[in-house]
Design a protein around this ligand. Structure first.
Ligand code: URP
Ligand code: ZN
Ligand code: ZN
Length: 467
């Protein structure tokens, strides 16, 4: 099967030129101006004149079919990856959970079973560690060397569920120095937050907005600084997930200025939404209950500057959808029981293009870098994914920079009963999405195949070399 994408404006993290892209058997085999038709006869030609041709988006932070907060995230690997594809994402890295008393092997088998036969785009896994007995150290090595699970998420928050102590964090970090893995950190001070949550509940402060008021930005800044210090002591890189605040960004910036390999991602919710959303009427603030919480609006500008200056390297989604009905409403009378998370897997590229590129905050190249290229480099997928080059997988997005959309739960495809950006107008959207050379989205329809997504055995991160 061959595919020719002609006359598009090729945008990578570093290039911007008009050319044809020829794909054969799932990979890109030629790129050039006016590729001669007698040598490059394609089964199908797509005219991309006037459109951008970009590497498919890579979302390195999703939670599909994830048991959490007394329920399970509303998108499974079929509905979630279809929604991702509509949004121009062609690879994702989700999280398998190693529960206490269970092995990493068990966790990986569990999450493989959740994804295989369902995912419509390629997927990999990070491993969430909830404990690390000595026997687990060897399991970390096996995950990295044999299974292609080359990153581990640890939590400094959610006591009693996911939170681990500093000794466990330090042990895990040190081991990645030997095995080439990368630690991803949920950096919020869970102990402090727990005290604030219990205090609020005792005072009868049960509404969704107290979720945010009991998780101050300082608690994120403190944990971020501590995580980076532990990584410095262990002499390894660290990657901070879903960074939401100026306080936390300042810790990353300082570390990077000192030459430390500290990295961080932020997510569209922290760039486009704010703590004002918790003031929406009734129980609607629950739509935005996530951790870290939404911050005051002024943090948004600081995060955009961090993205432009490479203090932040990645934009992921932390897609973790729960319906208002039956799921978020578990916390109707107690904000601490509202399942944490929000949908976003489908809206990342269009939001970042609209609010970042069109508004002049980041360049087109930086857009591709943040949403595809650096995620691939950070998580051992580059150059197979994350760029447009001969030999790379033909994961491509034909992006129409002039398409007008209004974001709405009525037209988006995530399996959740609200959208945090309801009614937001955006300009620029994917028009055709290609996964390993096959068109999977066109004319506003999904035309791919359930189960066509393949497990991605990832290599080591390029983080130690500097990103
Ligand atoms: O609220 C969030 N972020 N839910 C997903 C779990 C996590 O911490 O990433
Ligand atoms: Zn987290
Ligand atoms: Zn998450």
């Amino acid at each position: 099967m061959s595919l020719l994408i002609s006359n598009g404006r090729i945008i990578t993290a570093s290039d911007d030129y008009v050319a044809d892209v020829f794909c054969e058997d799932g990979t890109i085999s030629a790129i050039g101006r006016n590729l001669p038709s007698h040598r490059f006869q394609a089964d199908r030609t797509i005219d991309a004149a006037g459109k951008y041709v970009m590497p498919g988006g890579i979302d390195v932070h999703t939670h599909l079919d994830m048991p959490f907060g007394g329920t399970t995230s509303a998108d499974d690997f079929e509905s979630g990856t279809i929604a991702a594809a509509f949004g121009g994402t062609t690879s994702l890295v989700d999280f398998a959970i190693q529960y206490r008393g269970k092995t990493m092997r068990h966790a990986l088998d569990d999450w493989m079973a959740r994804a295989s036969g369902k995912a419509v785009i390629d997927y990999g896994f990070h491993m969430i560690l909830t404990e690390l007995p000595d026997a687990g150290l060897g399991d970390m090595d096996t995950m990295v060397a044999a299974e292609g699970v080359t990153s581990f998420k640890l939590f400094m928050a959610y006591p009693g569920v996911f939170m681990v102590d500093d000794a466990t964090i330090f042990k895990a970090l040190r081991r990645t120095g030997d095995n080439g893995g990368l630690v991803c950190m949920h950096a919020e001070n869970g102990g402090v937050i727990d005290v604030l949550v219990q205090e609020a509940l005792r005072k009868g402060q049960t509404a969704p907005k107290y979720h945010a008021l009991t998780r101050p930005a300082r608690a994120e800044g403190e944990a971020t600084g501590r995580a980076i210090a532990l990584a410095e002591l262990a002499r390894v890189p660290i990657y901070i997930v879903h960074l939401s605040s100026a306080d936390a960004l300042e810790k990353v910036r300082q570390a990077r200025d000192m030459g430390l390999p500290a990295y961080a991602e932020t997510c569209p919710q922290y760039l486009f939404l704010s703590s004002d959303n918790y003031e929406e009427p009734g129980f609607d603030g629950a739509k935005y209950v996530m951790s870290p919480p939404l911050r005051e609006k002024w943090h948004q500008d600081v995060l955009w500057r961090g993205l432009a200056k490479n203090d932040l390297q990645v934009i992921s989604t932390d897609h973790c959808p729960f319906c208002m009905s039956e799921q978020k409403e578990l916390g109707k009378n107690d904000f601490s029981k509202i399942p944490n998370g929000a949908p976003g897997i489908e809206t990342r590229l269009t939001l970042v293009h609209h609010g970042g590129v069109r508004s002049g905050r980041i360049s087109l190249n930086r857009f591709v870098d943040l949403c595809s290229t650096t995620p691939a480099k950070m998580f051992g997928l580059f150059p197979r994914k994350g760029t447009i080059a001969v030999g790379s997988d033909a994961d491509l997005v034909v992006f129409d920079p002039n398409a007008d959309r209004t974001l709405s739960v009525k037209t988006l495809h995530m399996r959740v009963d609200y959208n945090p950006y309801e009614g937001t107008p955006v300009k620029g959207a994917p028009s055709i999405v290609i996964s390993r050379g096959s068109v999977i989205i066109e004319d506003g329809r999904f035309v791919g195949k359930k189960g066509a997504g393949r497990f991605l055995k990832r290599g080591p991160s390029l983080a130690p070399a500097g990103l």
